[in-house]
Design a protein around this ligand. Structure first.
Ligand code: 5GP
Length: 179
């Protein structure tokens, strides 16, 4: 089905799961090469990254550790810029190579805030891997953004971990709002 309805909003297909899987595999291959002989810590940002994180990690074949953090800064279809507390960030990342895994980078403010908190813990290195990036919306440039799945236009997307008011995270494909 190419058009779907979530609550009162219509969405149409943007990225099919096949396409997402292929791109994810390529990113994993790149990470396997870049982190060869190292043991990075992948930190997924919940909730949006849970499917991407799972699919990505299944393709990672170097030794690694996995964790999740949680931050809420988004309401409805507009970024509020209000940053809330980061939960679950472990002290054990000191001296480690961190790969932060995000669903989407919009303004970049969330990531900027998370990175600040991560650097306080003195990791050896930090890179960001985001499935989606909205280049036109980016307000805080992120030097650490090394791996990007797809660049998308400045429109609201849902599916494959991303929600619309809590719904749609379970969709296999990614959809964009039609209005
Ligand atoms: P930023 O701080 O970069 O503006 O926003 C990042 C967070 O906002 C993402 O991790 C995601 O949770 C949410 N977000 C940004 N754009 C979208 C979007 O188009 N769709 C959905 N579902 N969430 C988004």
């Amino acid at each position: 089905m190419n058009t779907i309805q979530i609550a009162e909003k219509s969405f149409k297909i943007l990225l099919e799961n096949d396409n997402i899987e292929k791109r994810t595999r390529l990113i994993a291959i790149q990470i396997n090469v870049d982190y060869e002989k190292r043991c990075p810590v992948f930190i997924g940002v919940l909730n949006g990254s849970f499917l991407f994180m799972a699919d990505l990690l299944k393709e990672i074949d170097i030794p690694c550790e996995v964790g999740f953090i949680r931050v809420a800064s988004y309401q409805n279809t507009e970024s509020t810029g209000v940053i809330k507390e980061i939960l679950g960030l472990s002290d054990d990342i000191r001296g480690r190579d961190i790969i932060l895994v995000e669903d989407i980078v919009d303004t970049g403010f969330t990531l900027e805030h998370i990175l600040k908190e991560i650097y306080i813990k003195e990791p050896a290195s930090v890179k960001v891997c985001s499935l989606l990036l909205k280049p036109a919306a980016l307000k805080a440039p992120i030097d650490e953004l090394e791996y990007v799945g797809f660049e998308v236009a400045n429109e609201f997307v849902v599916g494959y971990g991303l929600d619309y008011n809590g719904l749609g995270r379970n969709l296999k494909d990614i959809y964009k709002a039609t209005d």
